[in-house]
Structures are given as structure tokens and as C-alpha cells.
Design a protein around this ligand. Sequence first.
Ligand SMILES: [Cu+2]
Length: 70
Amino acid sequence: MATTTTTLDVKGMSCSHCVQTIEKALGELQGVSAVYVDLNGNKVTVSFDDATVGLDKIKETIEDVGYEVA
Ligand SMILES: [Cu+2]
């Protein structure tokens, strides 16, 4: 079990509601231990157990709630 931390460039976030939407969606994913959204920098930093959840699933989850992962 290894925790990986990755920062993604995410387009389309414009307010604190967007931040909450992404934090909630990723927070509900099994294997994700921490989410930090940098609204001004358009970045989302995610810590996750890579044996439980993959980066593809994380990207897909962000896209499912309406944002674009660069
Ligand atoms: Cu918003």
C-alpha cells in the first residue's frame, strides 16, 4: 500500500462551489486520502492509495462533475 500525491491541472473551476464539488466527489472515492484545490492556480492535488484507485479514475471523476483535466 503506497500513497501517491499528484497535482492535476483542472480547467473550469471558478468559485468556492466548484472547489466543494470537486473536493466532495474525490473525497467519496475509495482510496483517496486527501484533496486540495487551488482555485487561483487551477490545480487539484490528490493523495491516494494507488493500489485502491487509479489516476484514470480520479481524472474521470473530475470530468464527471463537469470539469476538464488538462
Ligand atoms: Cu463554481
